[in-house]
Ligand binder design. Structure first.
Ligand SMILES: NC(=O)c1ccc[n+]([C@@H]2O[C@H](COP(=O)([O-])OP(=O)(O)OC[C@H]3O[C@@H](n4cnc5c(N)ncnc54)[C@H](OP(=O)(O)O)[C@@H]3O)[C@@H](O)[C@H]2O)c1
Length: 290
């Protein structure tokens, strides 16, 4: 049976450390989250951020804009938060409705308050391995968990499935910055199973429920499952409309007796992503108030 890499445990430790840190600050840090419309997944993620923020003594200001908000008005509101000295982090919750240019709006965020690490300035810092880079929360969480369990990264053969700007690429770059040798895979990758089997660390950021089965893995591997997918439960559960269950990209039960270490879903990278976001916020706070 593989070692289970418990993100929840580390997230709890981080929560306590961050709460202590906030107590030592002169004023409470403030995070502003802009949301457009009423995307259900976004509502859930924002609730989790509010919950974590309140536990560590951070103010989370949720600004919900209507779907018909004009681009100009949205930009002005971002600008207002950029200029407010009492605000230390600004997030545009993604995805935005299709008619919005997400890149343009994210780029409006002051890079010093860009706790998601998605502005051009911060992406460049990640690419150049600048020590001041604000690393996107999921990538920071993945590396924190691996470090927590003392898994070495230097010279290791890492395979990342997924190449999104939000998850796959920042995760891959974070491994490169730690001297791993990284292969990035996607839908056009040929012989995926052969590539994943050769990995020492396999990271999945696909959004494909339980796609990775025993055919894709081999002994001695560490598996980091970033995927969060909601699927229906059993037929009977569906009939009585029981809440859907959350699974990762990996068939956990099937591979857990083959590989050396694995993250569970839920309870793996998910809770760490939230904690890492608040690490980013506290870093921004400290730099802004220097
Ligand atoms: N744990 C967390 O805290 C956290 C945070 C953020 C996101 N997530 C989860 O992470 C997953 C990925 O998110 P995302 O925003 O990066 O999704 P995304 O933009 O849809 O990207 C998915 C990536 O996976 C690749 N992919 C999908 N199916 C594949 C297949 N069968 N074979 C090879 N490659 C495949 C896609 O390849 P192409 O580029 O060729 O299409 C794409 O690059 C989702 O489940 C999301 O919910 C988790």
């Amino acid at each position: 049976m593989a070692k289970i890499l418990e993100g929840r445990t580390l997230s709890q430790n981080l929560m306590e450390t961050l709460a202590e840190k906030v107590k030592s600050f002169e004023v409470s840090p403030t995070l502003v989250i802009f949301q457009v419309g009423d995307n259900k997944a976004s509502n859930l993620y924002i609730e989790k951020k509010k919950e974590f923020g309140s536990k560590i003594g951070v103010n989370v200001k949720h600004i919900k804009l209507p779907e018909n908000v004009s681009l100009g008005d949205f930009e002005k509101q971002i600008e207002r938060e950029n200029n407010d000295p009492d605000v230390h982090g600004v997030i545009v919750q993604l995805p935005l409705p299709a008619n919005f240019d997400s890149d343009r709006l994210v780029e409006k965020i002051n890079p010093k308050k860009d706790v998601d690490g998605l502005t051009g300035e911060n992406v460049k810092k990640l690419l150049t391995n600048d020590k001041d880079a604000i690393v996107p929360a999921t990538a920071r969480g993945v590396i924190s968990l691996i470090d927590f369990y003392g898994i070495p990264l230097e010279g290791k053969n890492v395979v990342v499935i997924g190449r999104s700007a939000l998850v796959g690429k920042p995760v891959a770059m974070s491994f490169v910055n730690r001297n791993s040798t990284v292969t990035i895979c996607h839908r056009k990758t040929q012989n995926l199973k052969e590539i994943t089997k050769r990995a020492q660390i396999l990271v999945t950021a696909m959004g494909s429920p339980q796609f990775i089965d025993k055919e894709f893995v081999s002994e001695g591997q560490t598996i980091i499952d970033i995927g969060i997918n909601t699927v229906s439960g059993s037929k009977m559960e569906e009939e009585v409309n029981v809440a859907k269950k959350v699974v990762g990209d990996v068939k956990f039960e099937e591979v857990k007796d083959i590989v050396e270490a694995i993250t569970p879903v839920p309870g793996g990278i998910g809770p760490l992503t939230v904690a890492s976001l608040f690490q980013n916020l506290l870093d921004c706070y400290q730099k802004l108030r220097k």
